[in-house]
Write a protein that binds this ligand. Sequence first.
Ligand code: B12
Ligand code: SF4
Length: 467
Amino acid sequence: MELTMADLLLTHGYFLWEDAKEREIMKPYPPLGLLYISAYLRRLGFSVDLFDTTFARREDLMGKLQAGSGGTVGIYTNLMTRQSVLDIVIAAKSHDWTVVLGGPESANYPDEYLRRGADVVVLGEGEVTLSELLPALAARGPHRLHGVPGTVFRDEYGQSVTNPERAQIANLDSIPWPDREQIDIQQYIDVWRAHHGMGSVNLITARGCPYKCRWCSHAVFGFTHRRRSYLDCADEVEHIHTTYKPDQVWYADDVFTIHRSWLLKFAAELKRRHLTLPFETISRADRLMRDEILATLAEMGCYRIWIGSESGSQRILNAMERGVTVEQVQWATKAAQRHGIQVGMFLMWGYEGEAVEDIAATIEHVKQCNPDIFFTTVAYPIMNTAYYQDVADRAVLSGDWAKVTDREYMIRGRHSRTYYRYADQWLRNEVAAFRLESEDPAAARQKRQEAQQAQRAMLTVADEVEI
Ligand code: B12
Ligand code: SF4
């Protein structure tokens, strides 16, 4: 064992260079959760080492695990990184590390991860739990962690023990900002600049979302919503601006405009400090339903707002318990664009009960809104969501649990993937035709024909099921 070993090595399982799709997108952000934990533990006097895998090679992390045999490693997990994290767990265990996992994915599958070698899974926020867990591990080892709230572990008999829940941090201003000094933020900014002309840094102004969209994962923060004070957030933006000089920021909140009066105060404070930094963020249409909000966002520097539109069918939005109307999405999109803000839209195919009329309604809706960008996805059930419960008896993983993610669930009886591929082509061609209409009617006609072909092709495979 190294004499200088840190109390905790923090890392994650996301390696940009291993992911061809992400390399194409090239919009990496560091995992804020790890940076928050690092800052919190350091302030209490723990020594923390942080190995950011984003731009690293897997061999480098493996080398580090080999060199530091016998320490404690904490790994962030999310839906995308299951296989990668399991590889790290196996490597860490082979070098005698104690392995602690945290984040949304391991919270959804604590026993699966414990069975595959993890020693402890932390549920919920990591800061306070780790500050109690590290001394408990040092004093009692990994099998006698009874009474450490927010943890799941295996006792000496191999039985899984779930401790009581950890209380959430009531005052988010009381914890230090993310420990960005521990990683190479400049590399993130450089990569962003090289690929998008703008260097970006992420931050959050709140934790948790009180809405109950049935497919959304609330594994970490539950259904609470806690905000930081607008002054603390403005201080952090100022710090980011003076320290890293990015060209923009990304407010990685769940619903950035959820609290109107907070937003107005925050905007006024940034203005007072002459901090107009371009930014992107995500929100809900029903939380954008005033010109005042959109004007404020535009004045703050918002150049693109992402809206989860999901479907153009009110019936499906209601089934999702989205709490938003189609009209609200249409109004918010137009209003944002009127204020000079681009709109990015997320859409979902294949939700429970979706019929061909709902698909047609979604296509009409996207034409009506004419967002600047839109992304589609076929609905997938994340473990422990209400949607998962709805389809659990028909959900089949397309491979070994350790090798796939929750995105690979197939739903028995649902239309095939080919069907949704055609739905996508129908949508994209219709929207393209709509956009070409006035400037190039011939091209528009061509696109409309392609849309009709896609629609017909979709209908011909309507009887094929996913599984
Ligand atoms: C911003 C964001 C993104 C951004 C950028 C990601 C980034 N790196 O910043 C973008 C838009 C790219 C994105 C994409 C996706 N995302 Co996303 N994203 C988020 C979001 C809104 C914020 C993340 C964040 O910064 N949180 C703030 C920090 C402080 O919270 P935290 O990371 O959870 O950390 C705390 C705890 O988890 C814990 N903890 C964390 N690490 C560790 C480690 C240890 C050892 C311990 C003990 C504890 C611990 O302590 C931390 C502090 O309290 C979250 C929702 C959310 N509010 O968290 C979804 C979320 C993480 N994303 C999710 C999903 C599904 C996706 C996509 C798969 C969506 C898709 N269909 O494509 C993609 C995957 C992309 C990829 N390749 O990984 C899900 C994950 C569900 C799951 N079970 O894993 C979430 C939870 C959203 C949701 N509600 O469903 N995402
Ligand atoms: S989808 Fe957005 S609004 Fe709905 S519950 Fe999740 S974070 Fe909240």
